[in-house]
Ligand binder design. Structure first.
Ligand code: ZN
Ligand code: ZN
Length: 442
């Protein structure tokens, strides 16, 4: 019998290298025990190039690709996705940037970044300063500008008006000691005039924000207290809000998302999944893994597809800590004991990463990720443990991220032979809703 539901588990940045402090094993290999073994024995593993070999993916793009979205045609940028994850409502066509309040000092006419997070200024003060910017710059050269505070130093900047295109660069130099970057149209902009207009606008807003924030009373007090003043805005990842085809429309599967990180909730919302919160889930190393996995298992009773995201693996990788990564995977692995035979019998369970983040690199790499699929509907392989190195000879072979959903639909027995046309839509699966012929009444 084929499995009918899909539990899709992403351990962010799962793939890695082997380390001496882990006895010459990768964090995943070291954490391998009965939990993964049970899943592996019920399926097979392989390697996945989420975008293409050698291309390090960002998390938002890699998730959308795995969910079957065409990035060139359907992706609208990271700014709006993170805004959505925070519950910031955007109107169709509005352009959103992610932003930080920052500290700059002026050197030879250039604002040089001293602190990208303005001394990790608190949420309360960020609310006050973004409120001030809304009053001062809300109606700017005939365009509407809106600052929405998020936690700590973070905010979303939303710009709207006629003739703008989001195809511009960041002004955030992404490191301290460098001047704020000039916002420019990207070379491949489809609407070059609109991009030029937005770039000029962002540069003017940035200059005005520095001028006005520097004079704000709150910053005077911060300086007196020896704190970094929040006298500049750094903005990045612009994107425009467009309606995306929902995951359900794409695959005819109703879907739920269990994630704590902003970006991942945003991906869930952008693709029309129902979002679930779990007590103690925080997108960090000490997250409530047990709570998240049990929520995901509970949701399988109601949904065809449950997406569970855990960020701890990537957090450990970025802080170059293979031991913390191994311990996080091990905690996850132990929790797999919640998955019993009755769940295995009717569920296709996927465990993978959205990219490889080697701890010795501290950044995403373009190496493929290991992927494990447990399903009654799959041919088993004879690999021993779930691991980057064993996956090379796994039964799933080497697939691309954009191929994954079709593989999973086939695993749950929903596919039809190529060329079969039960639906006007060009799909390779059998839709749940079909139109039937009715005989005329006599
Ligand atoms: Zn990621
Ligand atoms: Zn990362």
């Amino acid at each position: 019998m084929n499995s009918e539901r899909i539990l899709f588990i992403v351990l962010d940045g799962l793939g890695d290298h082997a380390y001496r402090e882990l006895d010459g094993l990768t964090p995943l290999e070291k954490a391998n025990s009965t939990g993964f073994k049970k899943l592996k024995e019920n399926g097979c593993q392989g390697l996945m190039d989420v975008i293409a070999p050698g291309v390090p993916p960002s998390s938002d793009v890699s998730h959308l690709v795995m969910f079957g979205y065409d990035i060139d045609k359907e992706y609208f940028g990271r700014g709006p996705i993170e805004a959505l994850g925070e519950g910031v409502e955007l109107e169709e066509g509005e352009i959103a940037f992610r932003g930080n309040l920052a500290t700059v000092r002026v050197d030879n006419g250039y604002p040089v970044v001293v602190d990208r997070r303005a001394g990790r200024i608190g949420s309360e003060q960020t609310r006050e300063l973004t409120g001030f910017l809304n009053e001062e710059l809300g109606d700017f050269q005939g365009f509407r500008v809106r600052f929405q505070p998020l936690s700590e130093h973070r905010f979303v900047m939303v710009v709207s008006g006629e003739g703008l295109s989001h195809e511009v660069t960041d002004n955030d130099p992404h490191s301290e000691g460098k001047p704020v970057l000039l916002c420019q149209p990207v070379e491949e902009a489809r609407d070059m005039d609109g991009a030029r207009r937005l770039a000029n606008l962002v540069n003017s807003i940035t200059i005005e924000a520095i001028r006005r924030l520097s004079r704000h009373e709150l910053n005077r007090i911060r300086v007196e207290k020896g704190l970094h003043e929040a006298n500049a805005i750094l903005v990045r990842s612009p994107g425009v809000k467009r309606r995306m085809v929902s995951f359900r429309e794409k695959w005819d599967l109703n879907a739920a998302c269990v994630a704590a990180g902003l970006l991942y909730k945003g991906i869930g919302r952008a693709t029309g999944m129902d979002i679930y919160r779990v007590e103690g889930a925080n997108g960090l190393l000490n997250t409530n893994i047990t709570g998240k996995l049990s929520k995901a298992l509970e949701l399988l009773g109601k949904y065809d597809f449950v997406y569970l995201h855990l960020k701890g693996t990537d957090v450990a990788s970025h802080s170059r800590n293979p031991v913390a990564k191994y311990e996080f995977i091990q905690r996850f692995e132990e929790n797999l004991r919640m998955i019993d035979e009755s769940v295995l019998a009717v569920t296709t369970i996927v465990v993978t990463g959205d990219h490889t983040t080697p701890c010795d690199r501290g950044m995403h790499s373009g190496e493929p990720v290991p992927i494990l699929v447990s399903s009654n509907g799959l041919r088993k392989d004879d690999t021993r443990v779930f691991s980057e190195r064993e996956a090379v000879r796994g039964g799933l072979g080497r697939i691309r991220g954009c191929e994954l959903m079709q593989v999973l639909l086939d695993t749950i027995g929903r596919t039809v032979e190529y060329g079969t046309r039960p639906s006007p839509r060009r799909i390779n699966y059998m839709p749940k809703q079909l139109n039937y012929l009715k005989l005329k009444e006599a």
